[in-house]
Write a new protein. Structure first.
Length: 154
């Protein structure tokens, strides 16, 4: 066996292994639903979807990408950022807004928190994190206060 064949036998499996370890993985989505029942009976909530890219391959190249740089309220949306006029980006943001609204509706239906609907107080759709804050249209009952005991304020 000559030197060229030895290199091929050693290098080809190495490339195949490297390609196999860099498979694309779906981002991990964490759902956070926080309820806050006020003394006067107001039922508030905060619903967030936090998307993080999983580590890729052996070097963790994607670690930390996709997380929001921190912004608050409506001022943290795409206005004023690079690419805000990009139709593709606007379309993506509107799909993300539709997705978080759909997931929020499912969460409210699953938990029974806002039985008569809600009013959106604030929302933020950004890279890596989307959030909706709202207020239920009905006041809290004694049952609501027991089932949704406040653990964290919004």
């Amino acid at each position: 066996m000559n030197f060229r064949n030895i290199i091929v036998v050693l290098v080809v499996p190495l490339f195949l292994f490297a390609c196999a370890s860099n498979e694309k993985r779906q981002p991990e989505i964490k759902e956070v639903f926080v309820t806050d029942i006020k003394e006067n009976g107001d039922k508030l909530f905060s619903y967030s979807l936090i998307m993080s890219s999983p580590q890729k391959g052996m070097n963790g190249g994607a670690m930390g990408r996709g997380m929001s740089r921190g912004s608050s309220g409506m001022g943290g949306d795409m206005q004023g950022r690079k690419g805000a006029g990009n139709p593709g980006r606007e379309s993506m943001m509107s799909r993300m807004k539709a997705m978080i609204n759909e997931k929020l509706e499912a969460k409210l239906s699953e938990t029974g928190y806002c039985r008569k609907g809600y009013v959106e107080l604030d929302s933020h759709v950004g890279r890596g994190r989307s959030q909706i804050k709202g207020k239920c249209k009905e006041d809290a009952t004694d049952s609501d206060r027991k089932m949704f005991a406040n653990t964290d304020n919004i």
